[in-house]
Design a protein around this ligand. Sequence first.
Ligand SMILES: [Zn+2]
Length: 69
Amino acid sequence: MPRDSNSHHSTHRSRAFRIFTCDECGHKMRLRGAHCGYCYADKNRWQRPGTYVALLVIVVLITLMALVT
Ligand SMILES: [Zn+2]
């Protein structure tokens, strides 16, 4: 099915951080959870909290390494 790759940058830039629009049904999703709350379609990677948690952990580790060494 055609996934519109243009839809994500407008969503990414202009909406509040915790609000995303489902690619499948257009439902406004919160950050929490890995699926749309309405149709249970998988979120994109950048819509998932785990992505941000992983990035945060990496940044913290790098910062700690820089401080310790
Ligand atoms: Zn949906």
